[in-house]
Write a protein that binds this ligand. Sequence first.
Ligand code: UD1
Length: 417
Amino acid sequence: MKKLEVFGAKKLTGQIKISGSKNASLPILASTLLSNKKIRLKNLPDVKDIKTMINLLQSLGSKIKKRNKDLIIDNSKLKRKFAPYNLVKTMRAGILVLGPLLARFGMAKVSLPGGCAIGTRPIDIHLSALSKLGVKYKIEQGYVSASAPRGLIGSNIYFPKISVGATENLIIASCFAKGRTILSNCAIEPEINDLIKFLVDMGCDIKWIGKRKVKIIGVNCTNEISYSVMFDRIEAGTYLIAAAITEGNLKITNVRPKIIKTEINILKKVGVKIFQKKNEIRIIGTKKIKNLNIKTAPYPGFPTDLQAQMMVLLCKANKRSFIKENIFENRFMHVAELNRMGANISINGNKALIKGNTRFAPAELMATDLRASVSLILAALSAEGKSIINRIYHLDRGYENLEKKLKKVGAKIRRIN
Ligand code: UD1
C-alpha cells in the first residue's frame, strides 16, 4: 500500500493553482442524468471520487469521453436505474443519483451509502423529502428501491436539518417535477449555487426566493451545454493553512476570495497576513499564532471539512483554543495521531481543547479519512525530520496532485510503496 514520506520543516513559498471543486463536480455529474443532450464539463478535478462517480454513471449506460481535460457526457441512452453497493460504498455522494434517476425514469434502486469513519451519515432527510414529491420507497437488503408511479409532483418541503446532499438531491429531482416546488431550510454552500447555475444553463427553472428558500418550476427538456465547475474552496483553505503552519509565503490562484470570507477572516484573526485580489490570495505566515475558539457550521459558517487542518494550526497558537464540531459526531480521529506527534488536545463530546505551543515531532502515522489525512500532512510539514503517512488512499479521494503542488512550493514530500 502506498505511503507518503514528508520531511519537515520547510517554509512553503511560491504559487499554487487551485483545482476544480470535488464537492461541486459530484452533484453536477449526478445531475447530468437528467439530460438526453450532450454536456461538456470543464475544470473537474482528477481525483478518485470523481472517477468513482464517472464509473457509476457509466454503469448506468452513460457514454463519457475525455477531450483534453474536459468530459463530454452523453446520457441519451441510459440502460439501468441501478446503483450498486461496490460503487456507492466508497463514496457517499453516490446517493445523489437517486434524485435524477427518479426525475427522468420515475424509478431507481440505489445502494444505501452506509456509515463512514466520521459518523453514521443517514439519508432519512433525502428520503422523506423525496416522498413529499410523490416517491414511494422501501429499504431492502441495503438498497433503497424507489418509484414515483404518477411521476414527481411539485410540493412545499421544509428540511428538518440543513443537509448539503439532501438539498442537492431534491433540487435535481424537482427540476422535472410537475408544477412548483419550494424547498426551505436549504443548505446554501457555494457548491449548491454552482449546481443551480449548471442546471439553469441546462434549461431548468430555479430561483432563490429567500436566504434558505428556493423555488423550482418543473420543465420537461434540457439544452446541450458546456460548463466549467467552480474552484475547490476546501483545497484552497487547506493550502492557506499549510502556508500559515509553515510560516510560508504563498500565492493561491484560481479562487474567488469572496466565497471563503469566513476562512480568510479566521486566518487573519490568528495573525497571518492576507492580501486579496479578484482571483487570488497572498498569505504570509507568522511565528506568533494567536489562539481562537471556532465552531463548525453550515455555510457561511466555518466548514467542517477544514476543521482538522485548522486544529493543526491552532496547536501552534500561544494559548489554548477550543473547536466545537457541530456537523459530524465523530470527526476527531486525527486527534490521537496529532497527540502522538506532540500535540496536547483533549476531547469532550463534540468539543476539542487544544493546549497550544506545540512543536510537532515527526512520526509514522495512519490516515483515517480524507480531511484527517491532509491534517497529518500539514503537521508533518511543520515537524523537523521524517514522517510517514499510511493509508493515503483517503487523500487521493479529494486532493488533485497534492504532492506535485506541495513540492513546487518547497515541501519535501514523496510517495513510496
Ligand atoms: C457534504 C460534503 C461533505 C461535507 C458535508 C457538510 C459532498 C460530496 N460532501 O456531505 O464534504 O463535510 O456536506 O458540509 O458535498 N444528515 C442526516 N440525514 C440525512 C442527511 C444528513 O441526519 O438524510 C446529517 C449528517 O449525518 C450530518 C449533517 O446532516 O450530521 C450534515 O450532512 P450533509 O450536509 O448531508 O453532508 P453530505 O451532503 O453528506
